[in-house]
Design a protein around this ligand. Structure first.
Ligand code: AMP
Ligand code: ZN
Length: 124
């Protein structure tokens, strides 16, 4: 299928022009970088819920963590390793890792992302 017959707005590199996190990865929306490698990008959440609240996203668009796990498990493992590194650097390795999946579970941005919640003792 070529660009003229494409029915979605996903481009060949996975970029979606209606996705805020694709725009952040591409540098078209500003963010505060925490970490970057070939597969993932991590940045501070704009509305932090804990002392350290970082979002880790795959650079290539996936709608949610289940889609990411099925399509690209290495990148999901990379996200977990980056979360561990952030917590090692900021709070002796303790952290909560949250993937809201589906609107009714609180997902508001439909580009897979891990919330890394750390930097303080968290309530149970
Ligand atoms: P969720 O509700 O799980 O989809 O999480 C989306 C998260 O993205 C929320 O915690 C928002 O505060 C955060 N967020 C939305 N837009 C931005 C942005 N431009 N920069 C940083 N964080 C953002
Ligand atoms: Zn996206």
């Amino acid at each position: 299928m070529d660009a003229t017959t494409k029915t979605t707005n996903e481009q060949s590199d996975g970029y979606r022009d209606d996705c805020v996190f694709c725009k952040i990865v591409a540098g078209r929306i500003a963010s505060t970088e925490v970490y970057e490698d070939d597969r993932v990008y991590a940045f501070k959440d704009i509305n932090p819920k804990t002392a350290v609240h970082v979002l880790i996203v795959p650079k290539k668009h996936a709608d949610n963590v289940a889609e990411l796990a099925a399509r690209d498990p290495e990148t999901l493992a990379d996200i977990v390793a980056v979360a561990q590194k952030i917590a090692d650097d900021s709070f002796h390795g303790a952290y909560r890792l949250v993937f809201n999946t589906g609107k009714d579970a609180g997902q508001s941005v439909f580009h897979a992302h891990a919330h890394v919640l750390t930097g303080e003792v968290l309530p149970e």
